[in-house]
Ligand binder design. Sequence first.
Ligand code: GDP
Ligand code: MG
Length: 620
Amino acid sequence: MATMESLIGLVNRIQRACTALGDYGGGDNAFSSLWDALPTVAVVGGQSSGKSSVLESIVGRDFLPRGSGIVTRRPLVLQLQRTEDGQQDYAEFGHLPRRRFTDFAMVRKEIQDETDRITGKTKQISPVPIHLSIYSPYVVNLTLIDLPGLTKVAVEGQPESVVEDIENMVRSYVEKPNCIILAISPANQDIATSDAIKLAREVDAAGERTFGVLTKLDLMDKGTNALDVLEGRSYRLQQPWVGIVNRSQADINKNVDMIAARRKEREYFATSPDYGHLASKMGSEYLARLLSKHLESVIKARIPSITSLINKSIEELESEMDLLGRPIAVDAGAQLYTILELCRAFDKIFKEHLDGGRPGGDQIYGVFDNKLPAALKKLPFDRHLSIQNVRKVVSEADGYQPHLIAPEQGYRRLIEGALNYFRGPAEASADAVHFVLKELVRRSIAECQELKRFPSLQSTIAGAANEALERFRENGKKTVIRLVDMESSYLTVDFFRRLPQEVEKAGNVAGANAAATTNVDRYAEGHFRRIGSNVSSYVNMVSETLKNTIPKAVVYCQVREAKLSLLNHFYTQIGKKEGKQLSELLDEDPALMEKRQQCAKRLELYKKARDEIDSVSWAR
Ligand code: GDP
Ligand code: MG
């Protein structure tokens, strides 16, 4: 049965999952971080304030790298797990899951090596944490994050920016409201100048989540003590101050072990004339218990909001995954199926544009209702049927023998010539509708959500659709030209039969004088005008007919075909493609693929976290 002790273990496991999936506090994550929602204890302090010593004392083992300069260059997430009495203590790293370290000198070496692995030997710093779990009967359940020491100057080989980089990294941890700050200050230095307190005051002005730790009490000048600090008079915190006496450098050099050091520390407080009355609330063992208890209660209080954050995030991520599209199948059959599905999704949108529901189809009607009639109206029939031209055409048709009655040949030539003009608007209608359809293809592809992730398939579908439209256009043009040619090939006989017959008046033949000449001219003018106006009415009649039949032909050949068989040709081709060609078509936009992977990773993390929380049965 899970007890309160498993709470810290629970958070440990979630933290490990976070790091494995790239979510760690202080990292510059674009997402809201689960890590940030978890309570943690971060150790902060200036260089040589005693951070490492405090951690080792809490663990009861020497395991931290030592040296001058900035030794801690990556955050160290130190997870302490209490085991049964009498068990051998051992350590495990997050990056070496199956290796148990029982030799703590090797732990120290591995921390050094693993630090260099990310930062290089250049002594750079990195926000990617190292995870170290220590299982021991001498520890309490507790997770601490050791951070690089705050420093004033860069040492040789380090860039000047390192001072600021460290401060920024440390701040990115301690500014999170869920971070418990373990602020380490040496007692042999004025508390007012403590780096740790300076930073803690900045991010936690009320002192609600700051634990003040005072090290090096034994190094204070004779005759002075730290009671003003330890009793909260120098700098007030909601939590009690804890005084510590770690091993001195001389102790370390003499290999005084941790157990002996803890005993010496207990004796120091028990026998101290200054701190004797505080003895039960001083020392590293007390500090560890205090932190453990506090961390547990904070976690307990946070669990409901963590759970709801996790559930909310899972919901958000699931719907983002739906939006991004699920991963693609690998076998050819499933890929072909996916491609056909995507084509159908596009085709459905395209049809909606034509049939209504989506805008655009109305532009086709606009071609028939507006453009075509306007183009027909603009045809230069006035010029073609001007008296001069009628005269010219009729005379040419007559040859040396002018016609005696209605000029059959002249009419035919005039009409033929006029009908030729209809070719232009007829073809233009086919073109105009073609461009509308092309634009609708473009829009449908852009609007097809499912296609978004497949740029290659997008352009292939666009290419196939446009190719088909081009064929439909050719056919549409041929058909409308045929309509015009049909009008030329057989004239409506009735139309001419119904025309009032011209009464042939020869005029006064006997009076062959000047007056007679003008008479003949007047006769000829009226004659040609009548011919012109007859042809004009005929052409108008044809124009009315074409105004109706051209749209029918264009719709039949282009719009209807686009609706019925836009991708048919493509479908027969794609059926013959090999697996490799298919997967090329499903080649995704790399940015999108990356985004989906990120999303999937985070989803995995949150689900894992939810399972972890579900697996703990709460004993309250
Ligand atoms: P860090 O840089 O903050 O990690 O500091 P360390 O833990 O490495 O300590 C720096 C030096 O101070 C080491 O030589 C320690 O032995 C010494 N030191 C730390 N705490 C104490 C203490 O409480 N008393 C004494 N005498 N020396 C201490
Ligand atoms: Mg240190």
